[in-house]
Design a protein around this ligand. Sequence first.
Ligand code: PGA
Length: 244
Amino acid sequence: MKKIFAANWKLYKNPSEARAFFAAWGAAASVLDVTNADIFFFPTALSLEATSQSLQKSSFYFGSQNCFFETEGAYTGEISASHVQSIGAAAILIGHSERRSLFNENDQMISKKVQLVQKQGMIPFLCIGETLPQREAGLTLKVLSEQLKQDLEHADTSKKLVVAYEPVWAIGTGKVAEPAQIAEAHLFVKQQLKELGFENVAVLYGGSVKPEKASELIQIPNVDGFLVGGASLEVPSFLKICQA
Ligand code: PGA
């Protein structure tokens, strides 16, 4: 399976900053062997168009960090998956823990979004993961299993899907999960996906992935790549992670 490296820019980089990043990235990324890896950028909604233009004729992919679960209608302020698709996007992040905790996204909404993104011919990058209290209560695998079951309830097993395991306590905290914790979660997620009928789904790790750690983390069994926040904002650090 090809590795996947994905940059989640969160609420950083306006269109001109995104263009500046890609100008530098274009020059630097020629060292990457893209036959072994797919690289995705998830900029802010407003920087999608600049990203689309910057990545034209490149071998890199992009997508939005969210979408609504209807393609159009009276939904002030929302992002349409079909609009995202219309400018050449390949994927959409769904159910990131910041969406779940700050914007009250629940599994029913997430499940509809996954279904819609697949229908639009793009890849949902479904994000799952436990909070610290859940881990401390020994509930990690139960939480992962419930999220997968509910979030994939309407998903099409014949269409593309990527899952990102992101322990909430590791996101933006500088605290990477231990290799044994990552190995256990990834094996479990793969087994659950199989039980739900999904084959060949890449499972990414996310949560404080930094260049110094990337080559160690990528060796962990069933880790098929990374979803990177903070360290994806600068060309040198994200490039180094992709070289892992
Ligand atoms: P981080 O973010 O790499 O800054 O921890 C990861 C994410 O939120 O996807």
